[in-house]
Design a protein around this ligand. Structure first.
Ligand code: DGL
Length: 274
């Protein structure tokens, strides 16, 4: 493991813009931390690709962050967390925090009737990542999973609350509406961007679980335990890197984060990790 200091940044990666929902939560909780973000916008979506491809991409993304001297890596992508977490932990010499376990634990805490819904990409749902994790803690839970792949391009396009988005959400969620679920895990980091539309479609009695919030607590716990929290009084600096189209990324990211992004750069991933 590399030598780490408190001021080393936290590395966060996603297939695209979705991981910003996790960055937002980390920044809320830990405003003094520096963050290096990589969004693989040239190759998004990961959720409809094979496990082997997702693993290959994830290893490259993590290698890029490793080169940026991050003190830990947050895999801000449920698809990657579902299929590649173990490989990343085996091959990358850094602590790695994924989305699934923190989100599953949070849902269990919030659900008295044990009926939990999960929405995510095809990869996350087909791998049953959340169901397996929830069952580890409570075998009596009933988990209903549904892939909602069209939510990702809507979020990437910045169509967060359009009529088309509402229509698609209603279609996707009508099956889950009949299952008496008490909570619904937003099992894809893009989905918190569509929070309002999803809440409207599933009904206001169902609690939406944002794994990003659970992950931010886990990051704090991890750093605290190792005396690695950044104790600088200054606000953290964020560096954003993407593999394609930085301007579109900027528009949607600023809209969502609610502040201007100072450093945004398109990189050639293969060159960077040579
Ligand atoms: N951010 C990804 C996730 O959380 C979804 C986008 C994709 O399919 O790459 O699963």
């Amino acid at each position: 493991m590399h030598f780490m200091t408190k001021s080393n940044p936290i590395g966060v990666f996603d297939s695209g813009i979705g991981g910003l929902t996790v960055v937002k939560q980390i920044k809320n909780l830990l405003p003094n931390e520096n963050i290096v973000y990589f969004g693989d916008t040239a190759r998004v979506p990961y959720g409809s690709k094979s496990n082997a491809t997702v693993i290959e991409y994830a290893l490259q993304d993590a290698q890029f962050l490793l080169k940026k001297n991050v003190k830990l890596i947050v895999v801000a992508c449920n698809t990657v967390s579902s299929v590649a977490l173990q490989v990343l932990r085996d091959k990358i010499n850094l602590p790695i925090i994924g989305m699934i376990s923190p989100g599953a634990k949070m849902a269990l805490k919030e659900t008295a009737n044990k009926k939990i819904g999960v929405i995510g990409t095809y990869a996350t749902v087909n791998n049953k990542a959340y169901s397996k994790e929830i069952m580890k803690f409570d075998k009596k839970s009933k988990v209903f999973e549904k892939a909602c792949p069209l939510f990702v391009p809507f979020a990437e396009e910045g169509w967060l609350n359009t009529e088309a988005t509402k229509f698609v959400a209603k279609e996707y969620l009508k099956e889950l509406k009949e299952k008496e679920i008490e909570s619904l895990i937003l099992g894809c980091t893009h989905y918190p961007l569509l929070h309002e539309v999803i809440q409207e479609a599933i009904g206001d009695k169902v609690k939406l679980i944002d794994s990003g919030i659970a992950v931010s607590y886990e990051v704090r716990e991890y750093l605290q335990a190792r005396n690695l929290l950044n104790d600088s009084a200054a606000k953290g600096e964020d560096l954003y890197f993407v593999s394609d189209l930085p301007e579109k990324f900027r528009t949607v990211a600023e809209l969502f984060l609610g502040n201007k992004i100072k450093h945004l750069q398109k990189i050639d991933l293969e060159e960077e990790i040579k």
